[in-house]
Design a binder for this molecule. Structure first.
Ligand code: 8NA
Ligand code: MG
Ligand code: MG
Ligand code: MG
Length: 348
């Protein structure tokens, strides 16, 4: 049904935007029990129709997500040089959006080299190891939507769009895992229940293939870190919620700006929110529960909430997202427009 799909496209991009805008004020903080109550009140207020908007700014996560969407719309055959140019243009127009500490070197080098080899600057990062920050994963939603009909093309586009800034296999595979999770959510009927003990094994199988295929020659101790991480996600979901569990989740899944310390965590937040047993997050709305819960875990709150929100929105569709909350986020109308343009291209 094309209307359901259209709503899911909007839901995923809005989910990404809301997670970023609403999560960024809490970035970097370890969250105490008291602060979880503050976050509960903050979200209660966000649902109020009296608040004016848009007042909550987006950060690098959304800036780069918009660039990917805009590039796909301008170049339907996909043009990675065009995409790289948009990343760089947006960065130099608005450099204070909270970009990762090192990715900005890539933007400078790309500009200086006049984009002659768009992958070289990223390859040179970290003494040739490339970045494994979560910057590839945080912006991937438009790729999952645009290529939803062709899984192999989607995985390839997830890799190539990420490698413009992140070439370390941990950075690339993190983006692929996030893309796979959004894709799976997108293809699931919102009336159909998602069960974590099916969802996890399915995405495990898929990321396992990706990790096996790309032998990067890095000789990492662990050859399939994401496969292992998703197994951890499933393990935590098998345990009933109690507040101390959050600490274990933070220790084991992570909440940092590294891809392997945040992508599996975002997937966990979505699946935990579906279980509806989180005592520290009081709401009947699954979408809100997903991003609010992600924020209560602390650390890289904007990006983890952004990634979790993109998955939740792809599953539930736009209707699940509180309008008052959305209206407070910078560019929310533009994000809906981008989702609609992507949708128009794929149903054409
Ligand atoms: P990135 O490529 O600069 O990576 C982020 C960080 O990860 C790097 O600065 C390093 O500290 C570390 N890192 C990555 N690869 C390696 C490696 N091979 N060896 C050692 N350390 C490594 O930028 P990005 O685009 O991946 O970053 C995305 C994150 O940055 C998002 O969370 C986004 O919201 C933003 N962010 C920025 C800040 C800030 O302090 N400005 C804080 C939180 C998040
Ligand atoms: Mg950010
Ligand atoms: Mg390997
Ligand atoms: Mg962040």
């Amino acid at each position: 049904d094309t209307n359901v799909l259209k709503s899911k496209f909007r839901g995923s991009l809005l989910g990404s935007l809301l997670g970023d805008c609403l999560g960024s004020p809490f970035e970097g903080e370890p969250i105490t029990a008291g602060e979880k109550i503050v976050i509960q009140r903050y979200f209660d207020k966000l649902e109020s129709p009296d608040l004016k908007g848009p007042v909550r700014s987006y950060t690098d996560d959304t800036a780069m997500m918009k660039s990917i969407a805009q590039s796909l719309i301008a170049k339907p055959e996909i043009d990675y040089k065009h995409m790289a140019k948009l990343f760089v243009k947006d960065y130099f127009l608005e450099p204070h959006r909270g970009y990762g500490p090192n990715v900005v070197d890539v933007f400078s080098k790309l500009r200086k080299s006049k984009f002659d080899d768009i992958y070289r600057p990223a390859r040179e990062q970290f003494n040739g190891k490339g970045s494994f920050g979560n910057g590839g994963a945080m912006r991937i939603a438009p790729i999952a939507l645009y290529f939803y009909n062709d899984y192999n093309l989607m995985v390839e586009a997830a890799k190539k769009s990420t490698e413009i800034t992140h070439t370390n296999s941990l950075g690339v595979h993190g983006a692929v895992l996030q893309c796979i999770a959004i894709h799976k959510a997108l293809l699931t009927d919102p009336k159909e229940e998602i069960k974590f003990d099916q969802f996890c094994p399915e995405i495990t199988k898929k990321i396992k293939l990706v990790e096996q295929e790309d032998d990067d020659g890095l000789e990492l101790d662990d050859d399939h870190p994401y496969e292992d991480k998703v197994k951890f996600v499933q393990h935590f979901l098998q345990t009933n919620y109690h507040e101390e569990l959050d600490e274990e989740v933070c220790q084991n899944l992570g909440t940092s700006i590294l891809a392997y310390d945040s992508v599996p965590t975002a997937i966990y937040c979505f699946l935990r929110a579906l279980k509806n047993d989180i005592e520290t997050v009081k709401t009947d709305n699954i979408f809100r529960r997903t991003i609010q819960y992600a924020i209560t875990l602390g650390g890289d709150t904007d990006t983890i909430a952004c990634m979790a929100g993109a998955i939740a929105g792809a599953y539930l569709g736009e209707e699940a997202i509180n309008v008052n909350m959305a209206k407070q986020c910078e560019s929310y109308k533009e994000i809906i427009e981008l989702a609609d343009q992507l949708h128009a291209l794929v149903v054409k």
